[in-house]
Each structure stands twice: as structure tokens, then as C-alpha cells.
Design a protein around this ligand. Sequence first.
Ligand code: SER
Length: 362
Amino acid sequence: MTVTETSEVMAASQSAPSERGVRRDIATLVTGAGGEVGHGLIAALHAAGRKDIIAIDIRALDDRQRALCRETYVGDICETALLGRLQSMYEITEVYHLAALLSTRTEFVPEAAHAVNVGGMFNLLRLAADQARSHGKRVRFMFPSSIAVYGLGDLKTKNRAGAIGEDQYLQPTTMYGCNKVYCENLGRYYARHYRQLAQDRMDHILDFRCIRFPGLISAETVPCGGTSDFAAQMVHAAAEGKPYACFVRPDTRMAFMTMPDAIEAFLRLAGADAGHLSRCVYNVTSFNPSAAEFADLVREYFPAARISFEPDPQRQAIVDSWPVDVDDTAARTDWGYSPKHDLRSAFEEYLVPNVTARYAKS
Ligand code: SER
């Protein structure tokens, strides 16, 4: 429950052997812990009784989140020195690698984003593989990918394609999407083929499991930096009594799900019997309204909502390259994916009560 700056981590690790003896503490590592998914995930892991969470984020976590973690660290996943210190202090059995720059933010600084999204992933996979070799047990590595891995070319293709499967249309137009496709492949490589020609190869060193999330809508956090943000931003603005100019056209259609369903799916996949998993990477989805249909629902629940449409051509092009829907049959069949919320109940049971309460407080 303490925040440790990088320099303190170094100090702690330098004195680690005498203080801690030869046995390191068992830990579940969560990166990007302060982000939208991190908030929900840490709360859910803690609620499930996990007392071994160590969390990293580039910024200090808030007090509420810190209280749910065993230890928190402020630092950059590109800093191998920090990760090395964690290696010396913990026996990491599970990694939830959430840290990334999202699709909109990435298009301003593609090279820097590549360093975080790909370089960071590489560092974490390497850490997990080193851990598995040092404690002799397979490390579970959970990775959130995205519908941004898809690239449908043009609107006609997007509309014709309908719900697409995991292996179709993998030609993303964003750096974020390219990063995610490559990271999925890196994870699969470490899980199935790592050091395949080496004499001392340890079989299946990582248990890599990945979900391609659609746009996520959280009542607890307001998204920024992503291109699917318009739906959640519309609801939050309405609840806060602020006008909202939607940056995509009213007819824009893509897949979404609520944050609680996303967290539940991630944890369900993490806990699934490995023998039932036919693939490393799974699509999931819940509903796919057009932006106009979504705005109509927001107006139904918040009659004073002031929503306008002012499409941004560049961000529109990104959403136009993402599928209208994805086929999540494999997730439903292999590990029982079954979202609780459809579009109506997402509003009724989750978004409206929670965003209303959130802005009533402030
Ligand atoms: N929500 C992400 C983004 O908009 C896509 O997965 O970048």
C-alpha cells in the first residue's frame, strides 16, 4: 500500500537479499494500473480476494486504488532497470499488461507510442519468461488487444463485412492497431514457440491469453486518447450537464461493451481451463449501435443532453476502418463468454445510475 518512486525501488532492491532472504514474495503484476481498465481490474481482483497485486503506472495511483494493492510503483515500462528491480523482489506468477498509448494519442507520436506499446510489451514478456525460468512455473500473461487490429479499407467493405472473425482483415491503419497485432503475435510466440531450437528450452514458458476488446464504456472514468471515446464521452457530458460535439458521423457503427462486462470477460478468460482454449486471441462484443442510436438513448435518459455531430475527418476515417461488429463465437464456446449488458440494460442498470451518482457528488 505504498507508492514507490523508481529511486526507492532501486534502494529497496539493493538491500533485498539480506532483508528478504532467498524467497521472493509471490505477486500478480498489473501495468497501466491507473488507466480505465486498470481501475476496474484492480477492484475486481481485490474483491476476489487477491492480496498480491503489485501495480505500476506512469503516474501515482489515487488513494482508493493504492489501498487495494500490496505495493504500487510509479515508473515507465520502458525502463528495464525498474522491471529488473521488481524481478529481484517478487516471484511473479501472473501479469496483466494494460499499459499502452491509445489510438488517437498514438497518431500524434507514432514512434514514441511504438516504444511504449511494443517496447513495453517486449520488456514485460521478457520479464515473464525470466520469471518462469527462475521459479520453474508457467507465468500467465493477460493482454488486452483491440478491434483496432482490424482494417476494413473503406466504408463499403466495412458494411459488407458485418461481424468478422479473428483472422480476417488484419491490416490496421493506425500505429496502435499495428502495435496490437504485433504484440498479439509476440505473445503467441512466447507461449508456443519461444527458443524453439534451444537445447535447454522450457516448454510453454508463458500462458498467453488475449482479448480483443471493442470500445469500452465506463461509468467510473472518462476516456481520453482513444478513437472509440465518443460513446462514453457523450454519456458523461450529458450527466454533467455539458454540451457534447461528437467527432464521428451519426451513422457510424462499431462494437462496444460496458467496463464491468470487459473486466468479467478478462477474469473469466484468465481462469479458464487451458485445455478448453483453442486460440490465444479472442474477439468479444456486446452491442453495436450507431452513434445516432447511442445519442438517442442518452437523450432518453438525460432529456437536457445537448449533443451535436461535428465529425473530424481523420478520426472518422479510423472508426470507418474498424468493423461494424465482430464474431465472438470462439469466446462463447471455449470459455463461456456471456456479457451481462445489452445496450438497453447497459444504460438502465449500469451507466445511468452510476454516472448520475458520480456527477451528483461533484
Ligand atoms: N478504445 C481504443 C481506442 O479507441 C480501441 O480499442 O484507441
